[in-house]
Every structure is written in C-alpha cells, then in structure tokens.
Design a protein around this ligand. Structure first.
Ligand code: SF4
Length: 190
C-alpha cells in the first residue's frame, strides 16, 4: 500500500497544489498506520461501524440546507475563499485526529478512498467550491456532527432540530466511548 500511496502522491503533485498533495500523502500514511494496527477489541470495531451508520443517518436527516452555502462570505482566508463551507477551513491534520483516523480505518475507510476535489486549497484538503469531496462514511465524525448556530437555527425553523439532535448526541456518545477505549494503554494502536 505504501507504493500505492507514493504513486497517488506523484499523480496528485501533477494535478493538485503542492501543499494539498503533500498533506494528502501524510494523511493517507497516517490512515494506513491506523488500519495496520491491531484493533484487538470487538467493542471498538462495533463502535466504529455504528458511527459510520450514524454519520450517514445524520447527514440524511439534515439533508439539503441553505446555511452551508453562504456561511463563509466576508471571512478571511482560507475560510472565506468560497462562499460556503466555513467550518471546512481548518487544518487537515487537526480535523483528522488519531481517534478519527482509527474510527475510519476500523469502519473500512482506506487511503484509496481519500479523494480530493480539483480546486485550489482553502483549508481542509477535501474542501472544494461545492463542498466536501469525501463520501459521508469517510468523513471525520466531527465534520458530520458539527452544526453551527446558523444551521441550528435553520433546522429549528424547519421543525426537525430535536430528532437531528438525538442522532447527533448518539454519535457524540459513541465517539467519546471509542476515544476512551483508545486511551486505554492496553490497546496497541497508534
Ligand atoms: S473532511 Fe470534508 S466535511 Fe470535513 S472539514 Fe474536510 S471538507 Fe469539510
């Protein structure tokens, strides 16, 4: 797989801004290490799969919203580079924490699934002018769980904020338990 990651990096260097290509390589290598490490814990695997399902449920429940397409207007770079996706303007290596990468790897996300958009780099390597280039199942839990105030207000007006909050809370509970398991020194993961 390391050869594949190196090959993808060479291709990315030709097609992408250099900073994105290099950040992607580092991220794919970290995900690979997380996947290679022995899970050694049935509960962790079950939680990782449950979080993948919850991410997809939460994303479907939120559905099409207006807030995310205009929230970044007037903000400084890189957040305001495009009109929407302000919360995607952060640093890739911080968004994809070791806990997030371990959860993704255990739920089946591989380095090959980490495909970027064809665009300038403005924050997270997966942020493009029309949103995130990753399938919801391959995104960090934080990305799917986070609802800014503007989006919360929109959901409240729409009338299903409470149902969405319940899924959000369940995802947060699963992630906290997963992180606690990883923090246990008995688990030999990165
Ligand atoms: S992974 Fe996707 S949703 Fe998460 S910060 Fe990056 S672009 Fe945004």
């Amino acid at each position: 797989m390391t050869v594949l990651i190196s090959t993808r990096h060479l291709v990315d260097r030709l097609r992408q801004p250099r900073a994105r290509a290099d950040q992607l390589r580092a991220l794919r290598e970290r995900l690979q290490r997380a996947g290679d490490a022995s899970p050694a814990n049935d509960e962790a695997v079950a939680l990782a799969r449950q979080m993948r399902e919850l991410r997809e449920r939460l994303d479907q429940a939120v559905g099409a919203v207006r807030s995310c397409s205009g929230c970044a207007v007037g903000h400084p770079e890189p957040f305001g580079h495009w009109q929407g996706g302000h919360c995607c303007g952060g640093r890739t290596e911080e968004l994809f924490s070791n806990d997030e990468l371990a959860a993704l790897a255990l739920a089946g996300t591989t380095p090959g699934r980490l495909t970027p958009p064809r665009s300038e780099l403005a924050g997270c390597v997966f942020r493009g002018p029309t949103g995130c280039s990753l399938a919801v199942r391959d995104r960090p839990n934080l990305c799917v769980r986070f609802l800014c105030r503007e989006l919360e207000a929109e959901l409240t007006r729409r009338g299903d904020r409470r149902e969405i909050a319940a899924i959000q809370a369940e995802l947060a509970r699963c992630f906290a338990r997963f992180a606690a398991l990883r923090a246990d020194a008995a688990l030999p993961w990165e």
